[in-house]
Ligand binder design. Structure first.
Ligand SMILES: [Zn+2]
Ligand SMILES: [Zn+2]
Length: 333
């Protein structure tokens, strides 16, 4: 079987391997259908994630089918599943509180342990969630990245008529726009890239602006920062209303913030990282199962696995939202 192999930053290739390990006890062997390339995969590829380890097989947004299972697994062979790619111990104080995203012993597939961009891989069934048959592969592969947004929205209150700015219109930004639109919010999308701004109209009646064109009059109840750069965090504080809230989902290292303004205006700033499992995954599935929930435009391209170089090039360019690797056999011709 073949897998992607990142020997060190910038050096990626397909490796011919023996079959994935035989699943034991609670493990399953999964044959991959789709794998989404994520911002963190790009970070690992570029050598920009401090806790990444090499060599590593990248990939954590994984949809596949169980082809073999250990003795204690309930799910049947043939079940289509999505993977929760961040391990948690169930024992530390954070896990005990249900905060599996903050587990003190967390490891992340494709970052500091081998990921799933491979024709098959073996993983504990603790980290899989069966996908309803009604959900297409294209929607199902978005369960994991969309769960990030489902979790972030729990930090704030977004309902009909809430004014929401989403700064950064990559994958997570677009997924946030899709959910805010579904909830009836009045949305303004902000991005430096005009093409990305043009793509958000697919999600409903959305206002758009480049960061430079934002005026004094544009103020919002909630600001979602999904760009991951310091200017975006700083602009979030500029455009939030007194008493408003900011959710940071971009991974910005540092920013300079006007604390006096934040205190005087009772601005709440929330960090939000991945999701609680399985609750946020289950809610992600619920939204994605609604036929009227618009999400497909976030997928910019689906590229055969053996054309991984083209897929990574597109993802690294930052010009597109989600790029998906296709592992299905009929795509490899
Ligand atoms: Zn991801
Ligand atoms: Zn833990």
């Amino acid at each position: 079987m073949r897998s992607l192999y990142l020997a060190k930053p910038g050096e990626i290739l397909i490796k011919e391997d023996s079959a994935a390990r035989k699943p034991e006890h609670d493990e399953v062997k999964i044959k991959l259908l789709y794998g989404g390339i994520c911002g963190s995969d790009i970070g690992v590829f570029k050598g920009k994630i401090a806790h990444a380890s090499y060599p590593v097989t990248p990939g954590h947004e994984l949809l596949g089918t169980i082809i073999e299972k250990g003795s204690s697994v309930d799910a049947a062979v043939g079940t289509r599943v999505v993977v929760q790619p961040n391990s948690y111990c169930d024992e530390c104080g954070q896990c005990q509180k249900g905060k599996t995203n903050l587990c003190l012993n967390k490891k992340s597939l494709g970052v500091n342990t081998d990921g799933g961009f491979a024709e098959e891989f073996t993983i504990s069934s603790k980290y899989i969630l069966p996908v309803p048959e009604s959900l297409s592969d294209e929607r199902a592969v978005l369960i994991e990245p969309f769960a990030v947004v489902v979790h972030a929205f729990k930090q704030v209150n977004i309902t009909k008529g809430t004014s929401v700015a989403v700064i950064g219109c990559g994958t997570e930004g677009q997924l946030a726009i899709a959910l805010a639109s579904h909830l009836g919010a009045e949305i303004t999308a902000i991005d430096i890239n005009e093409d990305k701004l043009n793509s958000v109209f697919a999600y409903g009646n959305i206002q758009t602006s480049t960061p430079d064109a934002v005026t004094e009059k544009m103020k919002f109840d909630v600001v979602i920062e999904a760009a991951g750069v310091s200017q975006a965090v700083e602009q979030a504080v500029d455009v939030v209303k007194p008493g408003g809230s900011i959710v940071l989902i971009g991974l910005t290292a540092e920013a300079t913030l006007p604390i006096l303004k934040i205190v005087r205006n009772e601005i709440s700033i929330h960090g939000s990282i991945i999701y609680h499992f399985p609750v946020d995954f289950a809610e992600s599935v619920q939204y994605l199962s609604l036929p009227e929930f618009v999400i497909e435009p976030v997928i910019a391209d689906i590229v055969p696995f053996n054309e991984y170089e083209r897929a990574y090039e597109a993802a690294v360019s930052g010009q597109y939202a989600k790029i998906i690797l296709n592992f299905k056999e009929d795509s490899q011709k």
